[in-house]
Design a protein around this ligand. Structure first.
Ligand code: AMP
Length: 278
């Protein structure tokens, strides 16, 4: 596995490449969720490129950029084991030179759900992903369904700007008890982790209601809220039932619906989702 730190070397390394290229962008501190993306990329493509970059522009001023967990040596060993060909690990100054001032905004989609609570987050995400797509000539790029809105935003950006890679969404990897894997989970203590399971219980309730024939989004949201509000350690930011592509909040579920939520357990913010009608 080749490790590359700057853009010029990255371009050189892939200039002569033949066959398909799969790209897996990450912020590191890898877990089995990331590895599901890597494994799919490995099975679909001739060459796999992973990136590890904790992207400062997608964190708000009050958010956890400085505390975001990092363990590059462990990450590299995990990627090597899955036979990743190239790993790109740039410094922030390589991606954002001092006078950097060009950003990608995916209007509308970026302001909803997560975007309403994290202003500027998707501008940072879209910008760094657009840059990675320009640096790395990928045929396919892999993103986790865990960050459902991120997939929607990046798909739209790729379509609108005619970016090259096909965007592939990979199902969410969970712990056996349902907790979605996340790099931030290490900061949960035992009690918080237990309380955090209410997110999965709320999503499972939404699915059960849908499977029993419930199509009124308000009923589903209210029932989920009831569960979440009964967990004193959990502060809910939002519970939404929205159209899976436009992210418009729904009254009635007719087509694919994204049920998404975000909640804080102690200092840690968790997000999770399910898609109904898939
Ligand atoms: P991150 O390092 O958190 O930016 O995540 C990098 C990629 O891995 C993103 O596309 C995430 O959606 C994906 N990912 C993170 N957690 C999971 C998970 N539990 N299951 C599947 N994909 C995930």
């Amino acid at each position: 596995m080749k490790r590359i730190l700057n853009v010029a070397d990255m371009r050189r390394a892939l200039a002569e490449v033949r066959g398909s290229v799969g790209l897996v962008p990450t912020m590191g501190y890898l877990h089995a969720g990331h590895m599901a993306l890597v494994k799919m990329a490995r099975s679909d493509n001739d060459l796999v490129v992973a990136t590890i970059f904790v992207n400062p522009t997608q964190f708000g001023p009050e958010e956890d950029f400085a505390q975001y967990p990092r363990d590059p040596e462990r990450d590299l060993a995990m990627l090597r084991k899955e036979k990743v060909d190239v790993v790109f690990t740039p410094e922030a100054s390589e991606i954002y030179p001092e006078d950097f001032c060009s950003y990608v905004t995916v209007e509308g989609l970026s302001d909803k759900l997560e975007g309403a609570f994290r202003p500027g987050h998707f501008r940072g995400v879209a910008t760094v992903v657009a840059k990675l797509f320009n640096i790395i000539p990928a045929d396919r790029a892999y993103f986790g369904q865990k960050d459902a809105q991120q997939v929607v935003v990046i798909r739209r950006m790729a379509r609108d700007l005619n970016l090259r890679p096909e965007i592939i969404a990979v199902p969410t990897v969970r712990e056996p008890d349902g907790l979605a894997l996340s790099s931030r989970n290490i900061y949960l203590d035992g009690e918080e982790r237990q309380a955090g399971l209410v997110l999965y219980r709320a999503l499972s309730l939404a699915r059960e209601m849908y499977d029993r024939g419930e199509r009124r989004a308000t009923e589903i949201r209210t029932a989920m809220r009831g569960l979440l509000d009964a967990e004193p350690m959990v502060q809910t930011d939002y519970v939404t039932v929205s159209a899976a592509e436009s992210l418009q909040e729904l009254d009635r579920i007719e087509d694919r619906a994204l049920v998404a939520l975000a909640a804080r357990v102690g200092r840690i913010r968790l997000i999770d989702n399910v898609v109904l009608g898939d």
